[in-house]
Design a protein around this ligand. Structure first.
Ligand code: NAP
Length: 306
């Protein structure tokens, strides 16, 4: 019979590594399977100024490397592989990996995160961290006294636009239709804010610039006309996709595919399976909140195993 582990952590963002650090220090000998993007979303950001403990800005990839080393140093076994199939409903959970091995475990912590949706345009990747972002909370501060645009018409776009008015001199809200999807109260706040200007019925057709983003071409779909908007920063807020495909049909999820957990807990609909970080959180989505949930998950695993 193959080894039965105490806890396997799937995913290597702040939630996964923090869960690993706590589980390792509780002598649970955790195994962490890092997935296809080791380090998660922070590995595609540059300056991080809001993770506590650092006086000066730090780099996202560096922070994740430190978390990985810390998790390994306290005793986590890290497997650089991808989970391809899970069987969560049995008392002993079974995970198949793309390296051909199967892992058995009494508990599983899912911290596979989420991915911001991007527009899929040419150059989009190149400008990420150079004027283009998908997180105003993370990067808004860098646009003090600058002009920015937010793309999207939902609650996230509305909140990001309002947040950005604290720093930017002007915030364009670019939406592909002539009506926002955002809640009425947010729409009212947007309309009352003199820094916000709406650009309706428009989509980004092109990002322009050399090293940094300098302008965007906008296609007005009603007039079928392209215009150029000079801009210092663009925030894409068209939604996120949680990485939960693997667990469909086994765990309870909401309509957006986010894993549902008990209130104030990381417990999922299956005993012994816990979820932490962006995979279960569509509100806060911060490294520090994900790390906090990772800690909660490890403590709940410890209690469950007792
Ligand atoms: P969302 O509600 O799905 O809105 C996405 C927006 O992006 C929509 O306006 C959509 O346009 C637009 N969009 C999608 N794909 C696009 C594309 N390729 N090009 C241009 N525009 C595109 O996503 P969200 O705002 O991130 O919110 C996700 C969930 O979290 C929602 O349930 C939301 O209520 C919730 N949330 C709640 C709060 C809060 O309660 N404070 C805050 C943030 C998020 P269309 O309108 O034309 O489809």
């Amino acid at each position: 019979m193959a080894d039965i582990n105490n806890v396997i952590i799937i995913g290597s963002g702040p939630a996964g590594y923090t869960a690993a650090i706590y589980a390792a220090r509780a002598n649970l000998k955790p195994i962490l399977v890092s997935g296809f993007q080791p380090g998660g979303q922070l590995t595609i950001t540059t300056d991080v100024e809001n993770y506590p403990g650092y006086e000066d800005p730090i780099q996202g990839p560096w922070l994740m490397e430190q978390m990985q080393k810390q998790a390994a140093h306290v005793g986590t076994e890290i497997i650089n592989s991808q989970v391809t199939e899970v069987f969560l409903n049995e008392k002993i959970k079974k995970l198949n990996l793309d390296n051909g091995t199967t892992l058995n475990s009494k508990t599983v912590i899912i911290s596979t995160g989420a991915q911001a949706r991007w527009l899929g345009l040419e150059n989009e990747h190149k400008f990420q961290g150079h004027g283009l972002s998908a997180c105003a909370t993370c990067d808004g501060f860098f646009f003090k006294d600058k002009e920015v645009a937010v793309i999207g018409g939902g609650n996230s776009a509305a909140e990001e636009a309002l947040f950005l008015t604290k720093f930017a001199t002007k915030v364009y809200l670019v939406h592909r239709r002539d009506k926002l999807r955002a809640e009425k109260i947010l729409q009212d706040r947007l309309k009352q804010n003199s820094k916000i200007e709406f650009i309706w019925n428009s989509e980004v057709a092109k990002f322009n610039g050399n090293d940094d983003l300098e302008s965007i071409d906008l296609l007005n779909k009603q007039e079928n006309k392209i215009s150029n908007l000079k801009i210092d920063g663009v925030f894409i807020a068209i939604g996120h996709d949680p990485a939960t495909q693997l667990f469909k049909g086994q765990l309870k999820m909401d309509e957006g595919g986010y894993i549902i957990t008990d209130p104030d807990s990381t417990k999922t609909s299956i005993e012994g399976v816990f979820a932490a970080g962006d995979v279960k959180d569509k509100i806060y989505r911060q490294a520090v909140t994900a790390a906090g949930m990772g800690c909660m998950a490890a403590l709940e695993v410890e209690k469950y195993l007792d």
